[in-house]
Write a protein that binds this ligand. Structure first.
Ligand SMILES: Nc1ncnc2c1ncn2[C@@H]1O[C@H](COP(=O)(O)OP(=O)(O)OP(=O)(O)O)[C@@H](O)[C@H]1O
Ligand SMILES: Cc1ncc(CO)c(N)n1
Length: 276
């Protein structure tokens, strides 16, 4: 079984962050390990508190797992500040870790801030050049490209700018452009510096999308670990997240998380039918 590492924040509500990553890895049949950067007091209604761990606490977790376990892929989620990003980048370089998926988390689905503003430059300078793929949503893509939020919504122009920061691939997620309930399609754009590939899925009219970005990037990392090429890894991850959003179920009083177990439930349902 392939081993995949997530370096991210904890979501006490269980829908995003480390918790979403480990659930996603489990259903992709890879072994998930985790390095926690921050502990959020969070539920489906929002983020009530954040405690960022010291750089030493993060690096000591990272050293423990890297000295012991061989990873086929890793992903980063909430990294909180520039010191943490810088030290993580140094370790990834030191251990020559393959298949780095960087989800440059800045804001929670609820709108709460998860990254210090000063850290945007550190992402670009230190971590992106080591990444196989970066997976910003449209808002994050604009911040990273240094584009005013009102201007330039064209994902192709943004992808062309972001690829210059040194990752092999850029995936710009369309979830935020399609949050409108009237939207028909949820389109993500993949770019490697020469070819644009669009991944299109039906847009599901729901607010129950807590943890969609974390889940998608963890699925991409799991698929890369299992040996898929990038186009297939993203295509399969897109199918997984679409099904997970579609099959969401009520959790708490706010925006519910996605259903990581939808494929298992479908399987169980059809085998129950077969034997009843
Ligand atoms: N309502 C929806 N219907 C279908 N697909 C969606 C919907 N919302 C998001 N997606 C898809 O989910 C994936 C994650 O995209 P999104 O833009 O929501 O990421 P994100 O903003 O990083 O997530 P998060 O809110 O967890 O930080 C993308 O493939 C996107 O197209
Ligand atoms: C810990 C954490 N990471 C990422 C996100 C993005 O959805 C979140 N809400 N919480």
């Amino acid at each position: 079984m392939k081993k995949v590492l997530t370096i991210a924040g904890s979501d006490s509500g269980g829908g995003a962050g480390i918790q979403a990553d480990l659930k996603t890895m489990t259903v992709h049949q890879v072994y998930g390990a985790s390095v926690i950067t921050a502990v959020t007091a969070q539920n489906t209604l929002g983020v009530q508190g954040v405690k960022t761990l010291s750089v030493q606490a993060v690096i000591s977790q990272l050293d423990s797992v890297l000295r012991d376990i061989e990873f086929s892929a890793l992903k980063t989620g909430m990294l909180a500040n520039s010191q943490i990003i810088e030290q993580i980048a140094a370790k990834i370089k030191e251990y020559s870790l393959p298949n780095l998926v960087v989800d440059p988390v800045m804001v929670a689905t609820s709108g709460d801030l998860l990254l210090k503003e000063e850290a945007v430059e550190t992402y670009k300078e230190k971590l992106f050049p080591l990444a196989e793929i970066i997976t910003p949503n449209l808002y994050e893509a604009k911040v990273l490209a240094g584009v005013e939020t009102e201007e330039n919504n064209d994902p192709q122009v943004l992808a062309e700018k972001l690829i210059t920061y040194g990752s092999s691939w850029v995936l710009i997620k369309g979830g935020h452009t399609t949050k409108k309930r009237s939207a028909k399609k949820a389109v993500d754009l993949l770019y490697d510096g020469s070819q644009f590939i669009e991944f299109e899925a039906e847009h599901i009219p729901t607010n129950n999308t807590h943890g969609t970005g974390c889940t998608l990037s963890a699925a991409v990392a799991s698929n890369l670990a299992r040996g898929m090429d990038m186009e297939k890894a993203v295509g399969q991850a897109k199918k997984f997240i679409t099904g997970a959003i579609k099959n969401n179920f009520p959790v708490g009083q706010g925006n519910s998380p996605v259903n990581h177990f939808w494929r298992l439930q479908n399987l169980q349902h059809s085998s129950n039918q077969q034997f009843s």
